[in-house]
Design a protein around this ligand. Sequence first.
Ligand SMILES: [Zn+2]
Length: 459
Amino acid sequence: MVQDICSHRRRAEVTLLIRYIAFLLRDACRVDHDVDILIEGNRIAAIGSHLSAPAGAEIVEATGCAVIPGLINGHTHLYQNFLKGAGTGLCLTPWCDRVLFPMADVILRQQRAGNQRPAYLWSTLGAIEMIRGGTTCCQDLDVSMDTVFQAWADVGLRGVAAITLADAWIPPEVMVETERLKQSTLGYLERWHDPAGRITISLGPSAPFLCTDELLTWTRHTAEKYDLGIHIHVAETAHEVGDSLRDHGKRPLERLEALGLLGERLSAVHCVHVNDTEIELLARHGVTVVHCPKSNMKLADGVMPWPKLKAAGVPVALANDGCASNDLLDMWEEMRAAALLGSIGAGNPSAITPADVFRAATKGGARACRVDAGTLDPGRLADIAIVDLSGAHLRPIHDILQTLVFCARAADVRDVIIDGRVVMRQRQILTVDEAALVGEADGVGQELYARAQQSAVRR
Ligand SMILES: [Zn+2]
């Protein structure tokens, strides 16, 4: 079904040996020492001591380093990269009105005029920031344009493009007519969805209150027909729950269950205001909850009841959310925020452990993104971050997992391998001209932000 128009579908087979690894974190509970990883093509071929390098293999030395599964940002909005540091001090609804909708209005005007360059630039900016911090994959609920995904192809990121679907609540100026929305979604699927490659499509009904029952039902049928993930914000605020009870006679997750959307293909972002019945629903249907602790704190949404989700066996992924409510795409900060918020939220410093947050940032993210990554094992995708442990802030090391979760910074990531290919070596991005693209993104982002300040679009 795919057309061969995208460079992300063509790659040479390479063999790569990462050797002399001081600490290999295969997952949150398995740490090996003094081992090597052999990568053939885009997958891990072997893990062991003193592996021999096949002829022609590229060698990466990891002496004194920790090697971890690439971090996975289970939910973001890359267009908000142009909104860093903007609109602080607002709760969700006024924040949408004053920060998001004006920028969406300006972006959509650019798109209608045929200018997709801004989307390429915000996506490039996000991809570079994430790779520099060891994030190898994200799920992006964005203002969908082909150039967003072309940027991932060029930079070398793995990405899941959650195509935004909404037909209620938002201002008419930023609403796309429903039939056109459905057709454009199928178009993105045709052009970009490649389960064997680095870019896949999921369906992103933005939130229950942003979608009619008809659109949610179409989403379910389309996801089942093409075997796609569904990605949705749910129960972020207490207002959302109250409005859902008023308008539909059901809480948001109960409404989704009634429409048949709960299941393993669903990743539910936030789930801050969920009661015990809804937690049982999430567990029974195998839904992955995507936790965005910094965003929840910035918008004063509340605290996701992670200890209760954990006790019920609900899988949890970790995410940055968009830069208008974070403001970084930094999974190290997110892990620390999740651990600290978990402690204060439960009034119990052992309620959420370093292993919980590391697992959520790796294996949980892989589940939310439906990618075969998140642990380091033979046969898995070779998405890997190499962390330099020489920094003073990392020494001494008593427990490598705790050192990584509580002390490591994005800047400690030395090399990043995605799909078996080195995309950052010794802190240098190898795939694109980083300085030129960041400079261009800075100029365009400032210009669009200035125009957004003039926009009168409100809900
Ligand atoms: Zn979000």
